[in-house]
Design a protein around this ligand. Structure first.
Ligand code: ZN
Ligand code: ZN
Length: 631
């Protein structure tokens, strides 16, 4: 029955739906979709759909002959093929700031717009976003931004993009709710369209179908994108989970049908390509959670990603079953969970079990679960504050059970292990994902990737969402399945893959794929020069030298004044600093002889002499700032 309904629903899939953006309930959105479908002449397309259905339901032989027919038609029209390009602005050779453009016939579609966390040496940088220069230059071509899911590496850059250009945003309810929150915080707004798996909609000439996938966040979508130049498929982040907590299994049937229709180009998640086999189902986590709840009489404190609403729901269900009240700590956790409750993802959790984190004092330990942020060891997060006794409402007790339902994102390992050590010092029982199945990845392992390649059989392939090694391994995986190496393109951010029918080539550095660094309210104003200074400052500190000269005669008016910060402790290194002042005297003398007492010459000379002296004495390279005053 459910299948029939699904198919009927799909038979209408070519309707063009302009969904009421505030209408989150799918049923009420349906009627408006039907209306717009009839307006935009969906009929002939529905016919096409019937043909396809017949084809996919027929015997293999018939299918082969039909697809051969399609192929020969394709060959005939090859000369008239319309070229298109695919430009990743982010997400290539990195895991972060995913953003890909498809451009055809002077129209651009954007898929995802995320941010990345700064690398270790990006001192003081809050986040990194893609360079939107190409989009700013081609603003009038941009028809839409489609979002695969609500993780920060896919939506974190949206407010920054919307500051630059105005573009309609299409996203599933949870991702849209998270974007709304970001936009509210930045005082921005946009044309918004809430979509669901199975929906087909138009952005300019792009006809887009959202396909259900599984991932570590609810409402994850892949996209089939048809446009005059071809048919591109973008998997988004995904795994194949036959027993996801919300019961919405990845729509492999649709993947297969789209593969039969013919896919020109696929972009596919590469994160876990180096893991053999299959990524375990979220159901594995349930068993471990049940074990923990059944065997614990103490408080249970769970740290996980706030966006993994399904898993959090499972922790909540276990709490309800085991007679525990639930308190939530951490701003992002509170925000996402209040959104999830609004959207009905937590409908089976009675309101009465929630307790404010400030009111947990009177609740017996065995009746309390705390769900918190901080699974990545973030310094300001709630769990870190608990570990260091800085949390307003939670004082950790010996034998509290702290569960890390997550694994550290590469780069966060050190922060996490510091927090874990601190928890051990408090006598807390720590449960880590590495020791018990309290976390599973949200990304497909190699066997799942093979299945997707086999179902979709794209002509061309761009491995995406991975560091360089992942992209190369994913390209090898595709080759092992028979895809020719010259049909696989490992791109860098800013490259363009230019496709026309059955031919494709890469234009390297087509546009800027540089990192744009965000520091406080400054976007892109911190470049490599500033970072270099920050690095020197962080490693060797700062020396300033103030020199006052007579503006008429050029003679020195006072003893040069030298100050340091983070270089050496001045009181204990007076000799070194006095000698440094002598060096400045010598430099000024030299410059007087050479008649080079103008500000820039003198400043350069002081910097250079001082630098070599300091390096000789200390083997350090502090930042040196001469201040020249003409009195
Ligand atoms: Zn993701
Ligand atoms: Zn991602």
């Amino acid at each position: 029955m459910a299948n029939t309904q699904k198919r009927n629903y799909r038979n209408n899939k070519y309707r063009v739906n302009k969904i009421d953006s505030r209408n989150i309930a799918k049923n009420s959105a349906d009627s408006s979709r039907k209306k717009s479908a009839s307006k935009s002449g969906a009929k002939p397309k529905a016919k096409v759909r019937v043909n396809e259905k017949t084809r996919t339901d027929s015997a293999t032989k018939a299918r082969i002959s039909t697809s051969a027919g399609v192929r020969s038609k394709k060959r005939k029209s090859e000369k008239n093929q319309i070229p298109y390009r695919v430009i990743p602005l982010g997400g290539m050779k990195e895991i972060g700031k995913n953003c890909t453009l498809i451009e055809c016939n002077n129209e651009i579609l954007i898929i995802d717009c995320g941010f990345a966390f700064p690398e270790y040496e990006m001192f003081g940088i809050d986040i990194v976003i893609p360079d939107f220069t190409y989009l700013k230059q081609n603003m009038e071509k941009v028809k839409g931004l489609i979002i695969t899911h609500g993780h920060e590496d896919h939506i974190g850059g949206v407010p920054y993009l919307l500051k630059e250009i105005n573009v309609p945003v299409y996203a599933a309810p949870l991702a849209m709710g998270m974007i709304d929150h970001k936009l509210e915080e930045s005082g921005l707004s946009c044309e918004r369209h809430v979509i669901h798996a199975g929906d087909v909609f138009r952005a300019g000439s792009f006809k887009i179908e959202a396909v259900q996938t599984n991932h570590s966040i609810a409402d994850s979508l892949a996209y089939s994108i048809k446009f005059p130049g071809g048919h591109v498929f973008h998997t988004g982040d995904f795994k194949i989970d036959y027993s996801p907590i919300d019961g919405k299994v990845i729509d492999l049937n649709r993947f297969s049908q789209l593969g039969n229709e013919g896919i020109d180009l696929m972009l596919c998640d590469s994160t876990n390509v180096m893991r053999k086999g299959y990524t375990p189902s979220e159901a594995v986590v349930r068993k471990s959670i049940d074990d923990i709840f059944s065997n614990t009489e103490q408080r249970i404190i769970i740290a996980t990603f706030s966006s993994n609403v399904h898993r959090i729901r499972y922790f909540m269900e276990a709490s309800v079953r085991h007679n525990r009240r639930i308190a939530v700590s951490g701003r992002s956790m509170e925000n996402v969970l209040s959104l999830a409750r609004e959207l009905g993802y937590l409908d089976n959790i009675p309101e009465s079990v929630f307790v404010k984190i400030s009111d947990i004092k009177n609740i017996p330990d065995r009746n309390l679960t705390i769900i918190t942020t901080g699974s990545q060891g973030e310094p300001m997060s709630a769990l870190t504050r608990m570990a260091y006794d800085n949390h307003k409402s939670v004082k950790l007790k010996k034998n509290d059970v702290v569960v890390f339902s997550s694994s550290p994102i590469p780069g966060n390992e050190k922060g996490v292990s510091q927090v874990v050590n601190q928890l051990y010092e408090k006598g807390v029982d720590v449960v880590l994902a590495s020791a018990m199945d309290v976390h599973v990845s949200g990304h497909a392992s190699s066997e799942e990737l093979k299945l997707i390649h086999t179902l979709l059989r794209p002509k061309f392939f761009i491995p995406a969402h991975g560091e360089y090694r992942h992209l190369i391994e994913h390209s090898r995986l595709a080759q092992s399945l028979g895809q020719p190496s010259n049909h696989i393109f490992v791109l860098s951010n800013g490259d363009s893959l230019e496709v026309k029918g059955r031919t494709a080539h890469v234009v390297r550095e087509f546009t800027s794929g540089e990192d744009v660094m965000v520091d406080g309210s400054g976007i892109g104003d911190v470049g490599s020069a500033v970072l270099k200074d920050r690095k020197s400052l962080s490693m060797s500190g700062l020396i300033t030298i103030a020199v006052a000269l007579d503006s008429g005669t050029g003679s020195l008016m006072a003893v040069p004044e030298l100050r340091t910060r983070g270089f050496v402790y001045a009181a204990e290194h007076q000799d070194l600093l006095n000698e440094a002042i002598n060096i400045v005297y010598n430099t000024i003398g030299k410059c007087t002889e050479e008649n080079a007492l103008d500000e820039s010459s003198l400043s350069r000379a002081i910097k250079s002499d001082m630098k070599s002296y300091i390096y000789k004495k200390t083997k350090r390279n502090p930042v040196i700032i001469p201040i020249i005053l003409y009195v």
